[in-house]
Design a protein around this ligand. Sequence first.
Ligand code: NAP
Length: 250
Amino acid sequence: MNISGANILVTGGGRGIGQHLVNQLHQAGARLCVLEYDAPLCEELNQLAPDSIQALQCDVSDADAVDRAVQQIVESGFYIDVLINNAGIIHSEPLVNMLSRAERVHSRDNWRKVMSADLDSVFFVTSRVVDHMLAKRKKGIVISISSIAANGNAGQSAYSAAKAGVNALTHTWAKELGPMGLRFIAVAPGFIDTPSTRAALSETILLKLQQQVPLRRLGEMGAVFQAVRYAIENDYLTGSVLEVDGGLVL
Ligand code: NAP
């Protein structure tokens, strides 16, 4: 599929990797719709290019909110050619914290929060969008931003499980809906240099992490965009998880 002229829906497009994807896809000639949690970020996006980027405030982990937002998008005449499930939260917490005197076991609230934001959201948005794609009987693409943590990362039970779920859904939907002309790809970044990565990890930890990466550096957001572009443009690609990780194996 050509990016130029495509209608692309991006979740969590207000900052970080999602914002970078929105900007790059817009420059490449796509029309964008964004579902974003943060209302002021939606305002900023709506002022950027009112003719070609529209942003709606939506918590994609809330099924009813997703149903309303997707309906509104479709009714506005925005036929979705490509969905990019990018919204998510990164969370680290040991299964049992042996140094803690209070609650030693992984918080169940945090488990639910991460599963909702990172896995339920992908199921809610994709099911609604695919329903509209099938109704229009056109080809469509769903790209989900996963993570190499899906292979199992110590200290990230919920995040790893959610991202492994995203990969499993990608394989499942590719098989189930390929005959209808729909393609499903996951892009699994390693450590990417984003403001949220820098806010979450100290300079010392970042330097240590980079030593574990064969290419000895964090990935640029542009590397994730290149994988997304490849996923959109290569019409024989489906069911794949594209790892963009500088060679880091978890
Ligand atoms: P980020 O800077 O925190 O951006 C995530 C965006 O998603 C934010 O705009 C956030 O809004 C939005 N969002 C989160 N939960 C949402 C919800 N329930 N409904 C609507 N919007 C929501 O994170 P990032 O680093 O760009 O990560 C983007 C994706 O890449 C995530 O899926 C992440 O797991 C994946 N990833 C990132 C890295 C990395 O190194 N950064 C590596 C591997 C995979 P608010 O901030 O307003 O809540």
